[in-house]
Design a protein around this ligand. Structure first.
Ligand SMILES: [Zn+2]
Length: 372
């Protein structure tokens, strides 16, 4: 099913006096980036922040009222509204870092239950889950719904070269004559298990779109180092004309299966035909069941979803096979897991990272960039 690309970007310069009479609300990065994602069509068919009944439908049915697949409620529920009272029916000026970025056409304000949101989205209210800790500390008792008109882009700082709108991504895929494009979601720099997946994809499909989320609630590396690491891998080991790299700024909550579906919808909007879904996609510390991220795709109409998941098993290193393998092929027991956690442990201990775990050029790109 073709989902029309939403475009809620106002063109032309912003004159400060134009909005001087509007109530002004200062927003944090998450809201600024969500407003941009809505306006550029990254979140098509959304045109704004969700209403209460839309949140309910998303949580219960994985669906918007019009039947479009949607798994992760995009809400504006600040802990305190920084800028004072606003009323439904008003236009509100959203500012970020002192700059006006969007008009919020406020349609409704409603009671918002942080705990049931956490339970519905993350499947838990345990404070150990970094997503739960984030929503408790950030979201408040009221949410605000309404459409967005983007006036100016939030500044992306050092990530500016990696900004890519859906319309531009689609144009780029078309120019490269890619009929099949596989989206690769990640929050980590590339280790060799990821590279195995990339190589498998590049054998079978026209193009690979590497699209890291760089503002998770649990950052492990500096954002720009993650992008630099992929750039380095592409430059040294891949055919650059077959790979595209861009960043996605979103406060990823590690919602496991719901994130998997959301990641698919967003990559569909960017023009991807397929997306890699790992066995524990968007998991953190093994909180979701193995393969839960695959099973959620059985709950939605694949035709309506408009993108095909490619389910990848865990990639490990097998000394007997002499390479990277999965259970689909390798029969041996004595194998070495390659995880982001292990790679970070090597980097933090300032030890050499084994070449079968990470390319030396990539190690250089992320050395000193580990946060936690
Ligand atoms: Zn083997």
């Amino acid at each position: 099913m073709v989902v029309p690309l939403v475009n809620r970007i106002r063109t032309g310069a912003v004159a400060p006096e134009e909005f001087a009479r509007l109530p002004e609300v200062k927003v944090a990065d998450e809201t600024a980036h969500a407003a941009e994602a809505i306006a550029t069509g990254l979140f098509s068919p959304l045109e704004g922040f969700l209403h209460a009944e839309e949140v309910d439908g998303v949580l219960r049915e994985l669906s918007l009222p019009d039947g479009h697949v949607w798994s992760l409620p995009i809400v504006f529920a600040p802990r305190a509204l920084d800028g004072g009272d606003v009323r439904p029916g008003q236009d509100v000026l959203l500012t970020h870092g002192g700059r006006p970025i969007a008009l919020f056409h406020l349609e409704d304000a409603y009671a918002f239950d942080v705990e049931s949101f956490a339970q519905g989205v993350l499947g838990t209210t345990s404070p150990d889950h970094p997503g739960v800790a984030y929503v408790r500390s950030t979201y408040g008792p009221r949410a605000y719904a309404g459409k967005i008109t983007l006036l100016q882009r939030p500044l992306w700082g050092p990530l500016e070269p990696y900004r890519l709108d859906p319309a531009d991504a689609r144009r780029c895929f078309a120019e490269r004559r890619w009929k099949t494009v596989v989206g690769f979601q990640t929050t980590n720099p590339p280790h060799r298990a990821y590279e195995y997946i990339h190589r498998t994809v590049l054998e079978l499909f026209d193009g690979l779109f590497i699209h890291p989320v760089v503002d998770t609630v649990r950052p492990k590396y500096t954002s720009v180092s993650i992008l630099n690491a992929y750039r380095t891998l592409i430059d040294h080991y891949y055919r650059p004309e077959r790979v595209l790299l861009a960043a996605w700024r979103a406060k990823m909550l590690f919602a496991g299966p719901r994130d998997a579906l959301h990641h698919a919808v967003v990559r569909r909007n960017l023009g991807c035909t397929h997306i890699v879904i790992g066995r524990r996609h968007a998991d953190t510390d093994g909180r979701y069941g193995d393969y839960d991220a695959w099973k959620i795709f059985d709950r939605v109409d694949r035709g309506r979803l408009g993108i095909q998941p490619l389910f990848f098993r865990e990639v490990v290193y097998c000394p007997r096979c002499g390479g990277h393998v999965t259970d689909a092929v390798c029969p041996h027991a004595d194998r070495e897991r390659i995880s982001g956690t292990r790679v970070r442990a090597f980097l933090k201990a300032r030890k050499g990272v084994p070449a079968h775990a990470m390319r030396p050029e990539v190690v250089e790109a992320v050395r000193g960039a580990v946060i936690a």
